[in-house]
Design a binder for this molecule. Structure first.
Ligand code: SF4
Length: 77
């Protein structure tokens, strides 16, 4: 099995709005943290990742077709 990307509890999801193609895979795999707007672009909850969602977040990051989704250790400033 391929190694899942880095994401840890307490980190924050980020979307690169330039590379996101609004397919919504992230919202399907991580509905607790990602909703979609009317055009299919992700709206992130903005909370730190809870431990029980870390594996789901890693899968969502891995499945993003354009590598637009990532986890970041710092909150949005
Ligand atoms: S999976 Fe990636 S490309 Fe698709 S909506 Fe989410 S961030 Fe955007």
């Amino acid at each position: 099995m391929a190694k899942l990307p880095q994401a840890e509890a307490g980190q924050f999801l980020r979307v690169n709005p330039i590379t996101c193609v609004a397919r919504g895979m992230c919202a399907e795999l991580l509905p607790e943290q990602v909703k979609l707007d009317e055009w299919g672009y992700p709206i992130l909850k903005g909370d730190p990742l809870p431990p029980q969602l870390v594996t789901h977040a890693r899968r969502a990051i891995a499945e993003c077709p354009t590598l637009a989704l990532r986890a970041d250790p710092t909150p949005r400033g």
